[in-house]
Design a binder for this molecule. Structure first.
Ligand code: NAD
Length: 436
């Protein structure tokens, strides 16, 4: 992995002085989850715009953050704007946050809560949609490693796992997102510290990079993990599986019988399926041969569809399970040289949105995707220097993400209490300037 020397340089006094004088980006090292730092350091302020009917207090009490006294710095702010039904009521958003926003600590969190858009009331829909522009704009200006996200919800308890994630160091690289949470009752895991205890998770492409981090994080959360990768990466996969107390599976996901072989390796069934394996074969379309096109479509999309169908239809995925696929911001915003990759990753988002309601109705299984931005892995280390540097800086946090950032997002979606999060494509991109 190529080190981010600029981030280290701006952490020194001369580096800070020089880069400020030149008007260059000022990334703040992000506070990420660790055993020593399991929660944000500081207090939580709960604000409302209008008279809300949400019962948030018990949910916020369980975040581990203590309520903030008036004045002084805060680690996190939750603004309940679900009651905003017209443009005048938006004044309450300004009135609530304007005095507080300057006192949010570095790497702090702002979570705005909105209501679903009411198609029968265009004033409510206008005011609620306004919250998206507000959230994304604040995310772009707030700086100092602070994130701003919008959650659309109707039931506070169903959104608890989402609020806990967004109000923790686990969501360090998730900003500018709009996440819909429905009212599906949340299951409470037996062991809150290891919520995936007793569950089996399979991660494709897990011998290295983001997949290895996902496998490690799901194992941390109690899952028995199956580390799947191509036969040529079997040794790395086995070493990781041994370390995590799981097992390795050498399967090329593009093989016609990949679904059957995965099912055969999981006679006890599967609870969490993470489609992470992916490749790039970049060329502008004018120079792209058919092999580059079809290999990327096959690994990144067709095999995801085939194995999902095989594991769902064959009953390997147990009721209440979770499918998390991997899209990319290139699939949402488009990227020069990546017509094949962008098509495959947009296809993943289409699969997620269409399958999510059916999988839940039929089997109680949720289907979501993560869409990473620039993440520091071998894939991005291979990008030419100047493009790599631009990729790192062109987001609100002015730095690349870590595999751990994607892994924590997958772990939130895989959580037994996240049953109300379904059909979402969540970007883990530090609010990349590519696309929304
Ligand atoms: P990586 O190249 O480091 O790792 C990918 C893994 O997938 C490798 O271990 C590889 O052997 C495995 N793999 C490839 N083809 C396979 C196949 N046919 N069958 C089984 N395994 C296969 O990549 P990464 O950066 O860790 O990316 C992981 C996922 O995240 C990919 O889907 C990628 O498209 C996506 N993504 C990454 C970034 C980023 O910035 N790194 C950004 C957006 C999306």
């Amino acid at each position: 992995m190529a080190a981010d020397r600029y981030l280290s340089f701006t952490g020194t006094a001369p580096g800070r002085f020089l880069t400020r004088r030149l008007g260059l980006p000022q990334p703040t090292p992000l506070c990420r989850w660790s055993e020593q730092q399991p929660r944000l350091d500081g207090t939580l302020r709960h604000l409302t715009a209008g008279a809300s009917g949400l019962d948030l207090a018990p949910v916020l009490a369980r975040t581990g953050l203590t309520p903030a006294p008036d004045g002084g710095p805060v680690a996190a702010v939750v603004l309940d704007a679900t009651a905003v039904r017209d443009v005048d009521a938006l004044d309450g958003v300004h009135a609530a946050l304007h005095p507080v926003v300057g006192s949010v600590a570095p790497s702090g969190r702002i979570v705005v809560l909105g209501a679903p858009l009411d198609p029968a009331d265009h004033h409510q829909a206008a005011a609620q949609q306004a919250l998206e522009g507000f959230t994304r704009s604040l995310g772009k200006e707030i700086g100092r490693g602070r994130t701003v996200n919008l959650v659309r919800l109707t039931d506070a308890h169903a959104a608890e796992s989402t609020l806990r994630f967004l109000l923790s160091p686990k969501s360090a690289y998730v900003s500018g997102q709009v996440i819909g949470v429905d009212a599906t009752p949340a299951a409470t895991p037996d062991d809150r510290d290891r919520p995936l205890t007793g569950r089996t998770a399979l991660v494709t492409g897990a011998a290295r990079g983001i997949g290895a981090a996902v496998a490690g994080t799901l194992a941390r959360d109690g899952a028995r993990v199956v580390v799947l990768d191509v036969p040529s990466a079997e040794e790395d996969a086995r070493r990781l599986a041994d370390r995590l107390g799981g097992s390795a599976l050498a399967v090329d996901v593009t093989a016609a019988d990949a679904g059957e072989r995965i099912a055969a390796a999981l006679p006890g069934g599967l609870d969490v399926l993470v489609h992470n394996a992916g490749i790039t074969r970049d060329r502008r379309l004018v120079n792209m041969d058919a092999e580059r096109w079809s290999s990327v479509l096959d690994v990144n999309l067709a095999s995801v569809l085939r194995t999902t169908d095989a594991l769902l239809e064959g009953g390997t995925l147990r009721p209440g399970g979770r499918i998390v696929a991997t899209a990319s911001i290139a699939g949402l915003a488009g990227n020069a040289g990546q017509t094949n990759y962008g098509a495959s990753k947009a296809g993943v988002a289409g699969l997620v949105r269409a399958l999510a309601p059916r999988a839940r109705d039929a089997h109680g299984i949720t289907v979501n995707a993560v869409a990473p931005g620039f993440i520091e892995t071998r894939m991005t280390a291979a990008v030419p220097l100047f493009i790599r540097e631009a990729g790192r800086r062109m987001n609100s946090l002015a730095q690349g993400g870590q595999p751990q950032d994607v892994a924590e997002t997958v772990a939130w979606l895989a959580h037994p209490a996240s049953g109300a999060v379904n059909g979402q494509v969540v970007r883990v991109c530090g609010q990349s300037l590519l696309g929304a």
